[in-house]
Design a binder for this molecule. Structure first.
Ligand code: NAP
Ligand code: SF4
Length: 683
């Protein structure tokens, strides 16, 4: 049989060991590392990914010492008594025939605590703590700590380690002149600045022996001023290779860089051109990374020689069976990571356990196990009304467990609010989630009735034919009571996003929540829909030099921002920064892009009236007229649940409310999918 992804699924021979394919599960902090009983949960989490066929797994970053912890309670591996916890993880992965390495990460000046250290005492823009400059003895001790942690990892049964040398953490801080102002043998010339990195790998190799994987994560594009030049990076790569690394992984962008590198608006595989250029320079295998989320794209870039292996972290959160599905030519069954960050990175930044918006079982494998119904239990007849995210998650999970599910959807297609989201530039990945659910409905034999709006009068029929009725009818846009709200200038965001109306060249948006921001993006981006689909357009917009001539990939590069065809005002009543509640890792990108398009953002607005002239507002006592052609309402949602009535809970079949039909306030797809899945697992 010829494989559909021959390069991706071919083994990678590392000399002393062979990886079964070219898929690396990249390092990602889950929040389980430091939680009580977390190592057992991590064993299940990684074990499931190993069973799913991943070639090599990298753990979340573990500090080699106290100062290097990302936050005061982050994990470190410094003492032998800490080894046993890790043995649970390595045993679980090896039991499934997988391989796993421990990532050693010293946070340097990104450490979120007062004990932070760095090459020089220069505060980072993303941490409130000024680091202490390491003494020369301190530097030597830190090198020893890295080596010691590698030895402990070996004792714990890991197949190797990854040395985190990128993303602006300690090692990267030594390398860049931007953060290294030392005058000793670890500062000054480039030769001196890379000494710390090279010595770590050299001494580590000496201690761990030849048959232990050492991956070095090399910052190939810093995306900050004062970063390295390409010649410097190549020279470091060669020295790291000579020092004994087995593989080199790609790092893109420091955390403080104001350029998105992994969010959904970044084109797929946007940075593999960088790894491709490094491939000419080195002989050991190279790993490429960032926004690679399908086997097709991974195969394409490996086949054309961009790298020897592909790193995917979030796609393996979204689907633990990614590799198995690819190898069995079932890639249409892969639950694709949409790059939203909403349940993974945004959780980690809030010190919450990570999960995945499209797969709530991720990192919760023990609590949300998808158990089939016991043989003694007959599947129940379940009606689901509404095929939005909540209804789809429920229907597919319940059917998978053995229930007989019938899904009614009023419109001609499944997907609910996802059908709106996918039209927003930068959110094209939502197509994949709809594709996934469509395939799951077929596979799980859910009986789907489209164009079937369930009326209240049909309740009796539902009650006769089903044991359970799940009401997932979603939300309806809120219509605020503003004088003149029925004026023809006023549009609903539904009309705009579905293309029902032609929108004028000046627009005021009432409401600056997630949908207000999406709408502002939609209205100002007619000209650059390609930004998230084409890496050249993306690079030009953000001022990135993919030809690696500019220092740090950005110095001296002018951004090319296309002008918006519309003047847009984005308004909210409350006082404070707009978009405050958007995701931690993506909110700044949305704000920055709207600023580029000269969207005027206003807080503390009182809406007085709408008339032929436009929208009349009051701002802190000052009256203003926004003379706009259209006013689009994005003022939140209300539950749509006329089907649900408390009294029927007692008489009829069991009714359940999920998603926006249950609670509309601050509803998002993450909560909807989570709630639908959880209900299906308990029925
Ligand atoms: P939302 O986030 O709750 O925002 C509603 C906006 O309308 C707020 O700016 C609110 O601000 C304003 N508003 C509320 N009541 C109003 C009234 N009576 N009159 C005038 N203005 C009013 O709701 P949404 O934008 O519809 O989004 C729905 C959900 O989807 C949210 O949970 C959101 O997080 C999620 N979503 C997320 C994203 C994302 O990128 N992560 C994208 C789209 C949607 P004031 O009260 O200050 O005026
Ligand atoms: Fe991907 Fe979003 Fe899931 Fe994170 S939460 S793994 S970005 S789909």
């Amino acid at each position: 049989m010829t494989l559909k992804y021959p390069t991706l699924l071919s083994p990678l021979n590392l000399g002393f060991t062979t990886l079964k394919n070219r898929v690396l599960m990249g390092s990602m902090h889950t929040g389980l590392e430091e939680s009580f009983g977390g190592h057992k949960k991590l064993s299940t989490f990684f074990g499931k990914r190993a069973k799913g066929g991943v070639g090599l797994i990298v753990t979340g970053g573990i500090s080699p010492n106290f100062a290097g912890r990302v936050s005061p309670f982050s994990s470190q591996l410094t003492y032998f008594w800490q080894v046993w916890k890790h043995r649970q993880i390595t045993a679980a992965v090896h039991h499934e025939g997988g391989k796993i390495v421990l990532q050693i990460l010293h946070a340097g000046r990104y450490a979120y605590h007062p004990w932070a250290v760095a090459p020089s005492a220069i505060k980072s823009p993303i941490s409130p703590f000024r680091p202490r400059a390491l003494s020369e003895r301190g530097v030597e001790k830190t090198i020893s700590d890295f080596v010691h942690t590698a030895l402990l990892a070996q004792a714990a049964g890991y197949d190797g380690v990854e040395v985190m040398g990128s993303e602006g953490y300690l090692i990267n801080e030594f390398i860049a002149a931007r953060t290294n102002k030392r005058r000793d043998r670890f500062g000054g010339s480039y030769e001196n600045r890379i000494r710390f990195a090279v010595e770590i790998v050299r001494r580590m190799r000496k201690e761990v022996g030849e048959k232990f994987i050492i991956i070095y994560r090399l910052s190939m594009l810093d995306l900050v001023e004062g970063g390295s030049t390409w010649e410097e990076i190549v020279s470091l790569g060669k020295k790291i290779e000579a020092a004994g690394a087995t593989l080199i992984n790609t790092g893109i962008g420091w955390h403080e860089a104001r350029i998105p590198t992994i969010a959904t608006m970044v084109p797929r595989a946007a940075f593999t051109a960088i790894t491709r250029q490094m491939k000419k320079e080195l002989t050991i295998p190279l790993i490429t990374t960032n926004r690679i989320n399908t086997p097709e794209i991974a195969e394409e870039l490996l086949a054309r020689g961009d790298a020897d292996m592909v790193s995917m972290a979030r796609p393996l959160l979204a689907d633990a069976d990614f590799v198995i599905k690819a190898s069995e030519e079932r890639s249409d069954e892969i639950n694709t990571c949409i790059g939203c960050n909403q349940a993974c990175l945004d959780h980690v930044f809030k010190a919450k356990r990570a999960s995945c918006l499209v797969n709530p079982q991720a990192c919760h494998e023990e609590e949300l196990q998808a158990r089939p119904l016991p043989a003694s239990q007959k599947g129940k007849r379940v009606a689901v009304v509404g095929a939005g995210p909540a209804g789809l998650a429920f229907a597919t999970t319940a059917a998978n467990r053995g229930h007989h599910v019938t899904l009614f959807e009023g419109s001609k297609e499944i997907g609910g609010q996802f059908n709106l989201a996918k039209r927003v530039p930068g959110k094209e990945e939502f197509h994949e989630t709809i594709r996934y659910f469509k395939r799951m409905l077929e596979l799980e034999r859910v009986e789907v009735h489209l164009n079937s709006y369930v009326e209240i009068k049909e309740r009796a029929t539902l009650e006769k034919n089903f044991d359970h009725v799940v009401v997932a009818t979603g939300v309806t846009p809120r219509r605020p009571t503003i004088k003149g709200i029925n004026h023809p200038k006023v549009l609903s965001y539904l009309d705009v996003l579905t293309g029902k109306v032609k929108v004028g060249t000046s627009v005021a948006i009432i409401g600056a929540g997630g949908i207000g921001f999406d709408l502002a993006t939609f209205l100002t981006s007619d000209e650059d829909h390609a930004l998230s689909l084409n890496e050249t357009a993306f690079a030009k917009y953000w001022g990135i030099d993919l030809t690696v001539k500019a220092r740090g990939g950005v110095e001296g590069i002018k951004r090319e921002i296309l002008k918006s065809l519309r003047q847009v005002y984005l308004l909210q009543r409350s006082e404070g920064k707009l978009g405050e509640k958007l995701g931690k890792t993506t909110g700044w990108v949305h704000r920055a892009m709207l600023k580029d398009k000269q969207v005027i953002m206003m807080d503390a607005v009182t809406y007085e009236k709408i008339d032929d002239q436009g929208l009349h507002i009051d701002r802190k006592g000052k009256k203003e007229l926004l003379a706009v052609e259209h006013i689009v309402i994005c003022a939140g949602q209300e539950s749509k649940r006329e089907l649900f009535n408390e009294d029927i809970k007692i008489k009829g079949p069991q009714y359940h409310l999920i998603g926006g039909a249950d609670v509309a306030v601050e509803l998002d797809a993450k909560r909807a999918i989570h709630q639908g899945t959880r209900l299906a697992l308990t029925l």
